[in-house]
Design a protein around this ligand. Structure first.
Ligand SMILES: [Zn+2]
Length: 359
């Protein structure tokens, strides 16, 4: 169709790439999720969409002209003159206008089918309406009777000027805030936690990271040793893991948090590659808190670089956990190269979405 309209081959290739090779991702709290390959169509709100749509609509118009010319479709003649109308188009609506005969219906069906086959799915609403009899005309269908009926219906509904609303009793102003909810719960229900100064600093700094909230919650679980790693599960007596709590990649080691994200051969290789990538000296960390702090916090660096490094730390632990799950639950083969590349890709995507320069 585009070729028939006279568009150049380069332009057609670009459009093909836009329509068939697009891969949008959704921003969740400012961080993009995994990309979805849409294969066919543009994402919603794409500025190109109305223009491409016009071309498709133009195609329907041309098909109708051809059908009228070949006498497949019988249009309506205005006042028995030579002026005939077969269709009207406005934005994304098309109205077919013709004589009420079965041939016209078959023709419309064939045209819609043809457009559907060529341009993907189309939404069709075929409504037949004859304007010959007085009793069927549109003026009477939406007449004064209907308006009067609507007014009677609406006047019975209770209308108030004040919106219904919830009021929170925790805070002073009646508005709920997560911070107030957290303080209330921790003061009234949580036991006092004995944490070292080091750990308390890490737990506080973790929340300033700009990764998606689920990743921060995950890293909090990790630092607090609350992850459902095999060693933790076996200590809690989860059936099936009492005898086998070894690391999925090194059978001789127990799968503790420190092993999985620190001393495991896979983790060591991934960390080494990431250190090389961001150009900082590899530091051996004795525990996960030090590992987190080695990523920016003890250095005298600017805020943005610190945020960037913190984001990369989160991405590494998140991707290690996902790779571990893929091996255990989906039986996927591990490729360290692929894991490192995914890590870099996700980190860059999150950095760009947050407007943080690469470290
Ligand atoms: Zn291991």
């Amino acid at each position: 169709m585009l070729r028939r309209f006279g568009f150049g081959s380069n332009w057609i290739r670009w459009m093909r790439a836009c329509v068939f090779a697009g891969s949008p991702s959704v921003l969740v709290n400012g961080s993009p999720t995994q990309e979805v390959n849409i294969k066919r169509g543009l994402e919603q709100g794409d500025p190109l969409a109305p223009f491409l749509f016009l071309l498709v609509a133009e195609g329907i118009g041309l098909l109708m002209h051809k059908a009228v010319y070949l006498h497949f479709f019988k249009p309506i003649c205005v006042n028995n003159s030579n002026v005939s109308i077969s269709h009207l188009q406005y934005a994304d609506d098309t109205i077919f206008i013709g004589e009420d005969c079965v041939e016209n219906l078959w023709c419309m069906k064939a045209i819609l089918r043809c457009v559907e086959e060529n341009c993907g799915h189309t939404k069709k609403l075929l409504v037949g309406w004859s304007a010959r009899g007085e009793e069927n005309c549109l003026g009477e269908m939406v007449g004064e009777d209907l308006v009067a009926q609507l007014e009677t219906f609406i006047s019975g509904a209770p209308i108030r000027l004040v919106d219904d609303s919830w009021s929170c009793t925790i805070g002073d102003d009646g508005q709920y805030a997560v911070k107030e909810g957290y303080s209330f719960l921790s003061e009234n229900f949580l036991p006092e936690l004995e944490v070292s100064a080091n750990l308390s600093r890490v737990l506080k700094n973790q929340w300033y990271s700009v990764v998606p909230s689920k990743v921060i919650v995950f890293s909090w679980q990790l630092i607090r040793q609350r992850l459902p790693a095999r060693d933790n599960l076996s200590r809690r007596g989860v059936p099936g893991l009492m005898k086998n709590s070894s690391c999925v990649w090194c059978p001789e080691e127990r799968e503790t948090e420190m092993h999985l994200f620190g001393s495991c051969r896979v983790a060591l290789e991934v960390w080494a590659e990431i250190y090389k990538w961001i150009g900082i000296q590899s530091v051996h960390s004795s525990d996960l808190c030090s590992s987190f702090e080695s990523f920016g916090f003890p250095f005298n660096i600017c805020k943005k670089r610190r945020k960037g490094l913190c984001l990369i730390w989160h991405t590494v632990i998140w991707s290690l956990w996902k790779a571990r799950n893929a091996c255990i639950f989906d039986g996927k083969e591990l490729s360290i190269h692929h894991l490192v590349e995914t890590n870099k890709h996700v980190s860059l995507k999150w950095l760009i979405a947050r407007g943080i320069p690469f470290v």
